[in-house]
Design a protein around this ligand. Structure first.
Ligand SMILES: Cc1cc2nc3c(=O)[nH]c(=O)nc-3n(C[C@H](O)[C@H](O)[C@H](O)COP(=O)(O)OP(=O)(O)OC[C@H]3O[C@@H](n4cnc5c(N)ncnc54)[C@H](O)[C@@H]3O)c2cc1C
Length: 311
């Protein structure tokens, strides 16, 4: 904690840092609206500050975690002992040039998809309703309705805190696979991504986006806080179907419930703790395993410590 304090005092009046928050309530920064606190939340404004801060934290040997929009993230109730770094306002720019769109890591997928539609470029329609950032999307290889971000990513500018190197990776170097990528298996941080799209009719693009939005609204519990589909799709099936077939739709644990509308979602019905959510997750995993022999793996990133109960 002393080192985190040292970092906070070093950065608290730095003009390139948008926000330095001690004991940050991460429930306010995660779409689940649940979870514990981080020792420190740092929001660097632009790319230079982002890289500088990560190098500084790495050099001090502090535990750290880079987050995006927090739409696939849960911090356990005991909190995160270290620094969470979140890209700030100057890391949200989106630029169109020819068939390419370049977006900084903090840009929302909605903003990037809208820019594509405005420029009559097709290929990102699937991403319009995914509530994440570009960095989180590359890390997770976010996808929907037959598309995924790896399929349209041409290259990315990345930073490796371990050796201080900023470099460009081509798509084939990013090892995209179902809900995974090189970023998920390494400490490499996405700074910016370039998407290669195809000219298309703007009205057709918007019609596809509207159709996907309609399907989401019909099938997903969008009015309650969640992190989207909680589990990865198991080989040869769908997590939601297995959960429903196991009779678990509607099951609740404290303020967390398996959505009756889409059993692949765990929703926060109000006041859920992170442990309500993870306890429910474990009940779902063990019941589905007992019934069907399939061990579901969470898609949601779960970090931090449980609350320690005194002996
Ligand atoms: C209602 C709802 C619907 C959803 N629908 C979908 C869907 O259809 N398809 C889908 O795939 N997902 C879906 N999601 C999940 C989520 O939106 C995606 O996984 C998204 O890509 C997460 O991005 P994020 O910026 O919120 O990342 P975060 O949740 O902040 O972080 C997720 C991971 O990405 C890493 N990360 C974030 N930024 C960077 C960076 N710059 N460099 C390296 N790593 C980084 C973090 O370390 C973390 O491990 C949905 C979520 C919700 C709430």
């Amino acid at each position: 904690m002393r080192d985190t304090e040292q970092l906070i005092s070093e950065l608290k009046s730095d003009p390139d840092i948008e926000c330095v928050l001690r004991n940050a309530p991460m429930s306010e920064y995660c779409s689940f609206k649940a979870g514990g606190r981080a020792d420190c939340l740092l929001v660097p404004r632009g790319e230079a500050a982002f890289v500088r801060v990560l190098s500084l934290i790495f050099g001090m040997g502090l535990p750290y975690f880079v987050m995006g929009a927090g739409s696939n993230l849960l911090v356990r109730d005991g909190g995160f002992r270290g620094v969470i770094v979140k890209p700030g306002a100057d890391l949200r720019a989106v630029r169109v040039g020819g068939n390419l769109i370049t977006a900084l890591c903090g840009a929302s997928l909605a903003a990037v998809s809208d820019a594509a539609a405005d420029a009559a470029l097709g290929g990102l329609e699937f991403a319009r309703g995914i509530p994440g950032s570009v960095g989180g999307a590359l890390y997770m290889n976010a996808g929907a309705y037959g598309g995924d971000i790896g399929g349209v990513t041409e290259s990315a500018k990345v930073f490796t805190p371990a050796d201080g190197a900023v470099l460009f990776l081509r798509r084939n170097e990013m090892e995209f696979s179902y809900r995974s990528s090189l970023f998920r298996r390494s400490g490499v941080v996405v700074l910016e991504a370039r998407f290669e799209l195809v000219p298309a009719d703007e009205a057709d693009i918007r019609a596809r986006m509207a159709e996907f939005a309609r399907r989401r609204a019909e099938k997903q519990p969008l009015s309650a806080p969640s992190a989207g589909s909680f589990f990865k799709r198991p080989t040869g099936g769908f997590a939601g179907k297995l959960i429903e077939d196991a009779g678990l739709a509607g099951l609740s644990c404290g303020g967390a419930r398996v959505s009756p509308l889409h059993a692949g979602f765990i929703v926060n019905e109000g006041g859920a703790t992170a442990s309500d959510i993870t306890d429910l997750m474990e009940i779902v995993r063990s019941t589905v395993f007992d019934r069907f022999g399939v061990m579901l793996e969470p898609e949601v990133r779960i970090i931090g410590d449980d609350i320690q109960t005194p002996l």
